[in-house]
Design a protein around this ligand. Structure first.
Ligand code: NAP
Length: 285
């Protein structure tokens, strides 16, 4: 299976990317304890050859995007920064939705300014808003695309029905839903993405670190490959589909390096089946 995927037909990325949500303060609120360390971590992602960084205006809010620009602008050729809009932040751990067209346009303008970009390569609707017709939210993104402010449109936290409706309205190039070895209820959305060659970005790829902890069902396979449980969980994701684009998040350079090395891990079919059938892999919660 290729270790790259081409988003929207023209953005070739390494399939293992980086999620930049964890470089903010506790509760994804405010600045991190050590902003210089966060900037060094971001520079290390690029040194390691990663070229897909996922962020959102709501991470901090604004903190994650500002750190990315401070650390990496002017951006190296081929670096794809995927950001999102359509949520508000009202406090640590609080994320009310607001995907009204005027709000999405405001979010996008803010992201362009903070990221110091004239056009965002991949702009994602963070979540459909039950108070706003999907047609209106995506209509706003289409207008931003027509104005040249965003290159490609992605969607996040969608059902299969919402994906199908979205595809009638705009050219959807990625879907970002929660998916990992222990949480697989997005399976049918993933299959639909694979059929249509749409990138699938699984958030919580390590189940917020739970799958990276030793002492569980992944240990046996991990030990046999001189790897860690987290690397096995990421290698399983990469093997699950050629459109899979995991974006593990971390605030630690050591964990980043370990996660990147997971892309080199080759698991046998028996390993993959065993891992998928393990107690951690069986839950569909
Ligand atoms: N679209 C959405 O609604 C949505 C929602 C949530 C997240 N996301 C995106 O998805 C990305 C990934 O999600 P996530 O960061 O929340 O969850 P995750 O990648 O499943 O797990 C991150 C957690 O795992 C730990 N971790 C990472 N690598 C590790 C390793 N090698 N060994 C041990 N622990 C490790 C991290 O702690 P350390 O810092 O200590 O390494 C962190 O607490 C986010 O950064 C964000 O870009 C999107």
């Amino acid at each position: 299976m290729s270790d790259t995927f081409t988003i929207g037909g023209d953005l070739e990325v390494r399939r293992l990317g980086f999620g930049a949500m964890r470089i903010t303060g506790k509760g994804i609120w405010g600045p991190p304890d050590d902003p210089a360390e966060a900037r060094a971590l971001l520079r290390r992602t690029v040194e390691l050859g990663l070229n897909l960084i996922d962020t959102a205006d709501s991470y901090g809010p604004e903190v994650s995007e500002n750190l990315i620009a401070e650390a990496l602008h002017p951006y190296p050729d081929g670096l794809v920064i995927a950001t999102k809009g359509g949520l508000r932040r009202t406090g640590p751990g609080r994320w009310p939705r607001d995907a009204r067209p005027e709000r999405l346009k405001e979010c996008c303008e803010g992201s362009l300014r903070r990221l110091r970009l004239e056009r965002i390569d991949l702009y994602q609707l963070h979540s459909p808003d039950p108070a706003v017709p999907l047609e209106d939210s995506l209509g706003a993104l289409k207008e931003l695309q027509d104005e040249g402010k965003i290159r490609h449109i992605g969607i996040s936290n969608v059902s299969l029905d919402e994906l199908e409706r979205a595809r009638e309205l705009v050219d959807v190039v990625t879907v970002q839903n929660r998916y990992n070895l222990a949480h697989r209820h997005a399976e049918e959305v993933l299959d639909a993405c694979e059929d249509a060659d749409i990138g699938f970005i699984p958030w919580y790829p390590l189940a917020t670190g739970d799958l990276a902890r030793p002492g569980g069902a992944l240990d046996e396979v991990a030990n046999a490959h001189h790897a860690t449980p987290g690397q096995v969980a990421l290698a399983w994701l990469l093997a699950r589909s050629p459109v899979m684009l995991p974006i593990p998040g971390t605030a630690s350079v050591e964990h980043l390096e370990e996660n990147v090395a997971a892309a080199e891990l080759q698991l046998s079919d028996a390993d993959l089946e065993g891992v998928a059938a393990s107690p951690r892999g069986r839950s569909r919660a």
